[in-house]
Design a binder for this molecule. Structure first.
Ligand code: HEC
Length: 152
């Protein structure tokens, strides 16, 4: 299958509006988006899933459920739901000592190589999968959130 077909196929799979029949494992788009927003949102979900698979699954798993007490679940994550700020900081700079969750002994590593667009795509993906519903997370939102990270 060529890349174009693969993209269209993923688009077809992903353009699912959130509804009561949604399986918790699926990513979904909010209803009532115009066509252009839908395309952009879908593109972030697709790219975000690829980036998540490459950077995050070995700890947080494909299911987002994490692993026992070592790696927290991303389902209903407070860091993510809290206006995404703490989640953006965690992804870019890893565990920030002043915010470290005392129940967890292994720190999350920094991924400073990820740019703001990639972080927005990852957060849009995890924020709208497995039953999470943060809505679209823009590059601008990530940029504003990163200004407020405590990195030491
Ligand atoms: C080496 C394992 C590891 C990798 C890789 C990793 N994380 Fe984490 N993640 C953790 C740990 C450990 C914590 C808890 C950190 C803390 O509380 O300081 C965490 C916490 C989080 C949280 C906050 C969860 C909460 O409690 O609300 C989010 C969101 C998150 N990670 C997203 C990601 C994303 C997105 C990626 C990929 C870019 C990623 N993580 C990669 C180990 C990892």
């Amino acid at each position: 299958m060529s890349n174009n077909y693969l993209f269209l196929f993923s688009l077809f799979i992903l353009i699912l509006s959130c509804n009561s029949y949604q399986k918790p494992s699926e990513s979904c788009l909010p209803e009532n988006l115009d066509k252009a927003s839908k395309m952009k949102f879908t593109q972030y979900l697709i790219q975000g899933k690829i980036l998540y698979n490459n950077n995050c699954t070995h700890c947080h798993q494909n299911s987002g459920k994490g692993f026992r007490k070592l790696y927290p679940s991303l389902i209903s994550s407070t860091a993510l739901m809290d206006n995404i700020g703490p989640a953006a900081c965690l992804v870019k700079y890893g565990t920030i000592h002043s915010q470290k969750n005392s129940n967890i002994s292994i720190p999350m590593p920094a991924k400073t190589e990820l740019n703001n667009l990639e972080i927005a795509e990852i957060l849009t993906y995890i924020g709208n999968s497995w039953g999470n519903r943060t809505g679209f997370i823009s590059v601008k939102k990530v940029a504003t959130s990163l200004v407020n990270c405590t990195t030491h």
